[in-house]
Design a binder for this molecule. Sequence first.
Ligand code: ADP
Ligand code: MG
Length: 325
Amino acid sequence: MALGEFDLIQKYFTRPTPQAVLGVGDDCALLQPAAGMQWAISSDMLVEGRHFLSTVRPERLGHKALAVNLSDLAACGAKPVAFTLALALPRVDEAFLAGLAQGLFDLADAHGIGLVGGDTTAGPLNLCITVFGEVPPGQALRRDGARAGDALWVSHPLHGGLGDARLALEAFRGHVSLDGADFEAVRTAMEQPQPRVALGLGLRGLATAAIDVSDGLVGDLRHVLRRSGVGAEIGLADLPIGPVLARQPQQQQWQCCLAGGDDYELLFTAPPAAGAAVQAAAAAAGVGARCIGRLTAEPGLRLLDAQGRAVPLQLQGFDHFAAGA
Ligand code: ADP
Ligand code: MG
């Protein structure tokens, strides 16, 4: 390695960390939770070729590696405090490292959190971040609290919808063709997701269950339904679809929005009477929130058209879901 391991850590990954009692440079970081708080902890790994393409700019890779982790804290209603970074690098490429650190710390600074430790090794490009967040005991948003009769909500970009990241992937794979501006818009959605941390905090005490949409809306909803022991109905006409995806054929819209993945929006449930409070929490967080259906005592998931008729959609992963729910 041109730059030694410790010089590399010192140059790119060592910053002041007021969030920690002890940060980078010792065998362990020392963190002190605020009085009366519980830790919410989550890890997510990004592997080249599987979770990102080699064409991604390093700034965006740094952003996304942290964003997907912050999204898990958001889904629990936890306030981010600190994170660690385990990094495997095929070679020391200082331009790449500088970009990666820039994207990472820009998002970390936006959330006031510190990088308090990690590990660095040679190997195939791989980033694993662990985030630490705080939540008052009993207030974490969980997957097992949804009740029959609750409204089903999903957050979305103020002027967009779900499924754009998947549409970008399909464009990269050559399966769909998009013009330049449309491609850039959905590519940004794929490469620079915005974790809904403020919304997660605003949903404490309001949402009965929550999950972040990383594997696709229907697949992630399945986890909530199973853990909560309920079923759901979704109104297809109520799905938030952004302007670029809306120009695609109807089947493609549903496929990307319902089974796309990589959205990092919050899918959550709340009592029907909480609708105005949910909208207020979303507005305060600067995001959109759409009621897309409701929870039912009957298990399974039904997709309904505007007249309330069941629509038999062949979505990737959907049949498996119907059989297992
Ligand atoms: P050890 O050998 O005790 O595991 P290392 O030599 O791997 O420690 O790391 C030295 C210090 O640098 C530790 O405090 C570790 O947490 C930190 N560190 C290593 N890699 C990273 C990284 N990519 N980002 C932030 N801190 C790191
Ligand atoms: Mg080590």
